[in-house]
Write a protein that binds this ligand. Structure first.
Ligand code: GN1
Ligand code: MG
Length: 372
């Protein structure tokens, strides 16, 4: 999506935005949607974040936006009425002039708009205060949504974190791929097959209702927290994948970036590392936020399924590589394979640290006896 003047005149004025456009710039580093910061003239009006939604990925736009509307309104209500959340900030969705949550431009692109929340995002956490704050912010996000019925939300991407869907996509991608592509991925194909049984644990716990379905964020990457200049978390952003899920999804997804300092597409595999101190601080604050309502099984699932999302994302990157880079944005051929390889290496590192991770989660959950 370009910064095409004609389109922007329509898009900006389609929403109930105040003021006039001074500048438009690409914002953030998402792999799916295009996000823009629109600065308004004069400084008296708010600035805005516009998002052009990838409709190949988000096919149910009404459902997606309904989810976001429920969640943002609920969080705003909490912040205004509950002293515990006084310091928090929420995203505010701007409606169109005809009272809709999104606008379709003349080229068929779908646009959404939020009031811009000032702050910085970090592609890596370069000090320990950041993971500590992120644990608090992501934990509080789940906590604020506890009293909102998950049945009110739809699965904006059906079976998004379901390994069985990914495995059927994987089988399909392998059938379509040429022999050269399969040969270059063989080590990772073997890796996937060696972990398949272990990775059924979380879906089995979910299916047996051992893990309650709650409203989860489902994209708890380190750059989805906004921080102020003092490295304090200000707001959880990027609500596109907010939908019913289990807490272990969010925890595992956060761990893969909050406890590492390499880029997701780091070319040197030796730089893939796990920072125990960052894990400890993130986990301490995350659990502090959810402990009052989370069950023991749920708390224990944070550690005993901690590899699940990294494995799943590695598989999703691998599928996309084998399928010819059709889903995630890429900069070169092989980009998705590098990303996949780094996730799988991180899974191995988490496995090596599993006993220690279990102990940290039990300590902060105050669970000493084996429950399951
Ligand atoms: C995608 O676009 P972004 O960066 O917010 C993806 C997530 C992945 C992430 C990996 C809808 O998120 O699931 O974890 O890339 N979002 C979707 O960086 O597939
Ligand atoms: Mg996202």
């Amino acid at each position: 999506m370009s910064k095409d003047e004609n389109i922007w005149q329509d898009v900006f004025h389609a929403f109930r935005c105040e003021g006039d456009v001074e500048s438009i710039s690409q914002y953030g580093s998402g792999h799916i949607n295009d996000t823009f910061l629109v600065v308004t003239k004069g400084g008296n009006n708010p600035n805005y974040t516009f998002r052009c939604v990838n409709t190949n990925v988000f096919k149910n736009i009404d459902g997606l936006m309904q989810n976001i509307a429920y969640v943002t309104e609920h969080i705003q209500h909490k912040i205004l009425n509950d002293d515990a959340y006084q310091a928090a900030q929420g995203m505010e969705l701007i409606r169109t002039v005809d009272d809709k949550h999104y606008y379709k431009d003349k080229l068929g692109h779908i646009w959404t708009c939020y009031t811009f929340v000032p702050g910085q995002t970090h592609e890596h956490y370069h000090n320990l205060k950041l993971p500590e704050q992120a644990g608090q912010a992501f934990g509080q996000f789940i906590c604020m949504l506890q009293d909102l019925d998950p049945n009110k939300l739809c699965e904006s991407i059906p079976s998004f974190h379901d390994i069985n869907l990914r495995l059927s996509q994987w089988e399909e991608a392998k059938i379509q791929a040429d022999t050269k592509t399969i040969a270059e991925c063989q080590a990772w194909i073997d890796f996937v097959e060696s972990r398949l049984e272990a990775m059924q644990r979380l879906p089995a716990m979910k299916a047996s209702a051992e893990l309650p379905v709650r409203i989860t964020h489902n994209d708890t990457k380190c750059n989805n927290v906004l921080f102020n200049d003092h490295d304090e978390a200000v707001c959880v952003i990027d609500l596109d994948t907010v939908m019913p899920g289990v807490i272990a999804y969010d925890f595992g997804d956060a761990i893969r970036t909050a406890t590492t300092s390499h880029a997701e597409d780091e070319k040197d595999i030796n730089k893939v590392k796990f920072n125990r101190e960052a894990f400890d601080l993130f986990t301490k604050n995350y659990i502090k936020q959810i402990r009052a309502f989370a069950t023991d099984d749920e708390l224990l699932s944070l550690s005993n399924t901690v590899t699940y999302i990294s494995f799943l994302l590695g598989l999703r990157f691998l599928i996309d590589h084998v399928a010819g880079d059709v889903y995630f944005k890429t900069k070169y051929r092989g980009h998705n394979l590098i990303r996949a390889r780094n996730q799988f290496r991180f899974v191995e590192i988490l496995e090596e640290n599993q006993a220690w991770i279990d102990q940290v989660v039990r300590q902060y959950s105050q669970i000493t006896e084996k429950v399951i």
